[in-house]
Design a protein around this ligand. Structure first.
Ligand code: HEC
Length: 312
């Protein structure tokens, strides 16, 4: 087969169908991912809808309570009626002792309402047929565990980078955005993916970083939507969307943006970008030099001092 690199609008219809099928399926997948986030993280603070609190509770934990309480007010709220959830919470407040686990009736409630899912066969959720697993969710809620974060991090990094590989590849055959903007749109999801994963770990350490989770998620969604819409429009509606009835190309949206920026004194946004990159490079080099000159020798002296102390 002879593969010719043509712009999206000129490729053969079967390939267009293939690309469209892939993009649409991924978009639907994205939609379900959002719904899933709404139902798990979105319910973390007990109220429907995603908020900063949800993210803090999910990763940092609700440190004034226990995971079991957080879940009973959140994503497990509909798993037991009010009075039974109250009985469980009462038992937790009384110290969640093993001695009162059966006598308080909590063990019966868990067996009736929870064990159908939380059993030995379930993977990824605690097995409530063993008391030690109940005990571990009645300790202070520390949010996501390191092991669950490690698991989800690697799955996300491998899975999502693949999705953006193909979305980006299809988008790279578009012709309406200029090369610079294309590079940004293709690179952005990867940057935001890394920032996203990093921000989970940072939020685990400090709730302040919950904002970063939101920013990274939005950045990824925006670049995804931009690539998806541009690719689909160029494949199927090029003549209607990008050219006027004389066959002339409409000015690209980036022209409007750049004209707007020029009006407020930013002649060339690319310059701004380059200047920022240059500044970052210089500051990085500066920090690196400081580290080599002062930081590392200091650390080495420290280590040597400790070694000397230990060997005495
Ligand atoms: C229909 C199946 C199902 C039932 C019934 C169910 N759960 Fe869950 N549970 C899940 C799933 C799936 C998760 C993981 C998603 C989440 O955290 O929301 C989970 C997570 C949890 C967690 C958090 C575990 C962790 O380590 O993050 C707790 C605590 C919990 N459930 C408690 C309960 C209690 C208490 C009941 C009974 C009142 C119950 N669940 C009933 C499916 C169920």
């Amino acid at each position: 087969m002879n593969i010719e690199l043509k712009p999206l609008k000129d490729i053969d219809t079967p390939i267009k169908v293939l690309f469209t099928g892939y993009l649409t399926t991924v978009a639907v997948g994205y939609f379900f991912a959002l719904i899933q986030i709404l139902f798990t993280h979105g319910m973390a603070d007990g109220k429907f809808g995603l908020s900063v609190d949800d993210i803090v509770y999910s990763y940092y934990g609700n440190r004034s309570g226990t995971l079991l309480e957080t879940k009973l007010n959140g994503s497990m709220k509909d798993k037991a009626p009010e009075n039974e959830r109250f009985a469980i919470m009462q038992w937790i407040r009384d110290g969640a002792a093993q001695s009162s686990y059966v006598s308080s009736g909590v063990s019966k409630i868990i067996e009736d309402r929870c064990v159908m899912c939380h059993n030995e066969a379930a993977s990824g959720i605690p097995d409530f047929t063993k008391f030690e697993n109940i005990a571990s969710v009645t300790e202070q809620d520390q949010g996501a565990t390191f092991s669950s974060l490690t698991r989800v991090s690697h799955i996300h990094l491998f899975g999502i980078s693949f999705i953006f590989m193909f979305v980006g590849m299809i988008f790279s055959f578009t012709e309406t955005p200029r090369t610079g903007y294309k590079c940004v749109a293709i690179g952005m999801p990867y940057v935001f993916l890394l920032v996203d994963i990093l921000s989970w770990w940072l939020t685990k350490l400090h709730p302040m970083f919950a904002w970063l989770v939101i920013v990274a998620g939005m950045g990824m969604a925006i670049s995804f939507a931009f690539m998806l819409v541009t690719s689909l429009l160029e494949m199927w509606l090029f003549d209607k969307v990008f050219v006027d009835n004389q066959g002339h190309r409409y000015p690209a949206w980036s022209n409007y943006v750049e004209n707007g920026l020029a009006r407020i004194g930013l002649e060339n946004p690319a310059d701004l970008f380059k200047k920022t990159a240059c500044l970052l490079q210089h500051s990085f080099l500066y920090v690196w030099k400081q580290w080599i000159v002062y930081g590392w020798p200091g650390v080495k002296n420290g280590i040597n001092a400790i070694k000397r102390k230990l060997s005495k």
